[in-house]
Design a protein around this ligand. Structure first.
Ligand SMILES: Nc1nc2c(ncn2[C@@H]2O[C@H](COP(=O)(O)OP(=O)(O)OP(=O)(O)O)[C@@H](O)[C@H]2O)c(=O)[nH]1
Ligand SMILES: [Mg+2]
Length: 454
């Protein structure tokens, strides 16, 4: 039997104590298997689609009291016959139901296989399938909203519109190949070039959503660093709204990196408090400083907290600021009177003066961070955020489209065959984004991110 049409089963709910657990079966034998293991006052297979029944799963002895949901092809998640058995949560019942289903001929589903079938059976495209896992993994409401819009097909629509325009341009170009040179005129090719350019502009807009996509999927790492005793841990606690990190007047209190998750402007963020940067003599502290530097190097946003009420020692003078856009200087302890001011720093560096002991100071920092986040998520395309996979394909397609445009603009019909080949390569790449073209390797890569049962 074809591996993509046999009957599969998986536990769709997370393990552990819970009210219910769901075992999902999909494939041609789903209803027959349900008939064999479910004791109920009617046969499960006799139910109309989108119906439910109450009964007991029994395989020899009773295993669990369950509710059974029936979906008949093609009106189901996978477009196949699907049976969902809702039993009691916990670690035992679902496993026993799963074993019973396996004993009656189903095979264990691979990660993401239900969604893969939804894709292979044409219910959703690959971009929508990817949205399913993004939705499951979403760590903030904004990430979830973006994923649901992708699942509803908003990003797919943008890509498909580009794809259709490329097909039109490609058809026009291929058509021209049957004519003698000079028959169609330069205008004919200019129009095709315009269409290709139009697609390229849309692809560029889609590409600009990548940064926001990365932030929504992977979150943003915000590292708090600076000299000892500057108020770094005070800031971490203020941003989190709870006392996570030890604060004391002894310099060198924080020795290790301390990480905490939160959400800011709808973006999942990870704040990292670090050991004070100084030439430490003790090896433990040296290790802490090394870790702090590693965190700084991998941060999305770096906050440098400085005690502005005292002059900086020469060894603590700020180093060069590569990537100035990603830095926020916090001149703390304004309540004690600042001897260092914003004007002591390069003008291109974002800098706030505040007292982190009060809520207004924390709000000043939080507001500055929000501005930085909104600058990096300021794409013009609504309802779309692309992933790394999409970005690689769009960039490839754009290179081909650029070549196509140059050929058409410079040499017109003389180069129509070469331009058509470039356009074909670009079209195929864009088709790969939605899964119009796919390889087994591509599907394995996409669906390996899923859990079993989805
Ligand atoms: N006056 C004043 N004191 C502050 C302010 N913010 C923090 N402090 C104090 O500064 C001291 C050091 O604060 P921490 O938050 O522990 O500083 P840190 O940068 O984490 O220090 P290390 O972990 O030792 O590197 C504590 O006594 C805080 O109460 C402020 O705005 N004004
Ligand atoms: Mg500290």
């Amino acid at each position: 039997m074809n591996a993509d049409s046999d009957t599969i089963v998986g536990i769709s709910t997370a393990p552990g104590a819970a009210g219910i657990a769901i075992v999902r079966i999909s494939g041609t034998e789903s209803l027959a298997i349900a008939d064999q293991i479910i004791r109920c006052n009617r046969r499960i297979s006799s139910l109309a689609g989108n119906n439910m029944a109450h009964g007991f799963v029994a395989d020899g002895n009773d295993i669990d009291e369950v509710v059974v949901l029936v979906f008949k092809a093609p009106h189901s998640y996978t477009r196949e016959d699907v049976v969902e058995i809702q039993g009691h949560g916990g670690s035992i019942c679902a496993r026993r139901i799963l074993s019973a289903v396996l004993r009656h001929g189903a095979r264990m589903a691979e990660p993401g296989e239900f969604t893969k079938r939804a894709f292979l059976n044409g219910r959703i495209d690959l971009v929508q399938a990817e949205a399913v896992i993004d939705l499951i993994n979403a760590q903030s409401e904004r990430a979830a909203s973006s994923a649901i819009e992708q699942l509803e097909g908003k990003l797919s629509d943008y890509i498909r519109t580009c794809y259709d325009k490329m097909l039109t341009a490609a058809a026009d170009l291929e058509y021209s190949l049957d004519f003698e040179e000079g028959d169609l005129g330069d205008d004919y090719f200019r129009k095709i070039a315009e269409l290709v350019e139009n697609v390229n502009v849309t692809l560029e807009e889609i590409l600009n959503t990548w940064e926001e996509g990365v932030l929504l999927r992977e979150g943003l790492k915000i590292v708090i660093s600076g000299p000892p005793n500057a108020g770094k841990s005070t800031l971490l606690n203020g941003l989190l709204g709870r006392n996570r990190s030890i604060v004391s007047e002894t310099p060198g209190t924080t020795r290790d990196t301390i990480e905490e998750q939160s959400v800011l402007e709808g973006i999942p963020v990870r704040y990292v408090d670090t050991a004070g940067l100084r030439d430490a003599s003790c090896t433990v502290e040296q290790d802490g400083v090394r870790r702090a530097k590693e965190s700084i190097a991998t941060a999305g946003i770096n906050i440098r907290v400085i005690d502005g009420s005292a002059p900086l020692e020469a060894s603590q003078k700020p180093e060069e600021w590569p990537n100035a856009d990603h830095w926020l200087i916090v001149l703390n302890k304004a309540d004690l009177g600042l001897v260092m001011r914003k004007s002591d720093f390069p003008v291109n560096l974002r800098c706030v003066e505040c007292c982190l002991h009060d809520e207004t100071g924390i709000k000043t920092v939080r507001d500055a961070l929000k501005v930085m986040i909104n600058i990096s998520t300021g794409s013009t395309m609504p309802h779309a955020t692309i992933s790394e996979r999409h970005r690689a394909m769009i960039q490839y397609a754009q290179n081909e489209l650029n070549e196509c445009m140059i050929l058409l603009k410079q040499r017109g019909e003389e180069s129509a065959a070469e331009a058509a080949a470039a356009l074909r390569r670009a079209t195929e790449k864009v088709g790969e984004i939605t899964g119009h073209f796919y390889t087994d390797d591509l599907l394995t890569k996409v669906f390996s991110r899923f859990c079993v049962g989805k």
